[in-house]
Design a binder for this molecule. Structure first.
Ligand code: ZN
Length: 187
């Protein structure tokens, strides 16, 4: 019973987030916005981030180099493996110790994973800020600013709040604020 109350609560909260986002960005969410409301489905729905692919500027190249030098993908993957292991343990415990059905165990996992996903996004954001700081040091302020303007034009605007829940990448507005102490694009 508790499980289904929590799932209804999740849907209600996601509807509220979606309505807020549509109101603030004045952009339509399309079919993905509907899919984001449905538990389990919303775990696999992709979030489009760009209208068109940004140019490979020197800043972008140095940003990628920053990820490599700082070994970000290894750390990210280690964290994913750790989450996966805990998830498998959780499912096994639900089914064997607490006698829940496999389907209900999956639904519980979906619910308890929500704060972990939020934490994972936050961790990814810190990596992006680190890679930005690396690139900024390499190419200088002028090129960093130009790159942020280019990225802002390519980006689909999301609010900070929405991005913190659904995006693995911080918005250009947040990145430029962090790096240039000035907001470029976004809202
Ligand atoms: Zn990056």
């Amino acid at each position: 019973m508790l499980l289904y109350i929590l799932l209804c609560l999740e849907i209600a909260l996601r509807v509220a987030i979606e309505v807020r986002e549509r109101r603030l960005t004045q952009l339509r969410g399309g079919v993905f916005a509907v899919l984001r409301l449905i538990p389990l489905v919303n775990d696999i729905v992709p979030l489009p981030e760009n209208r068109r692919e940004p140019q490979k500027t020197q800043f972008v190249e140095k940003h990628e180099e920053g990820h490599r030098v700082l070994r970000h993908s290894i750390l990210r993957n280690l964290m994913k493996v750790a989450f996966l292991m805990v998830a498998v343990w959780f499912l096994a415990a639900m089914v064997t110790r607490w006698n829940s059905s496999f389907f209900e165990a999956i639904l519980w996992l979906h619910l308890v994973a929500i704060p972990f996903r939020y934490f994972f996004n936050w961790y990814c954001w810190t990596q992006e800020f680190e890679a930005d700081a690396y690139a900024f040091k390499e190419v200088g302020k002028q090129k960093a600013k130009a790159a942020m303007q280019e990225l802002a034009e390519c980006e689909i605007p999301y609010t900070k709040f929405f991005a913190s829940i659904y995006r693995e990448h911080p918005t250009v507005a947040l990145r430029s604020q962090r790096m240039l102490k000035k907001v470029v694009g976004g809202r």
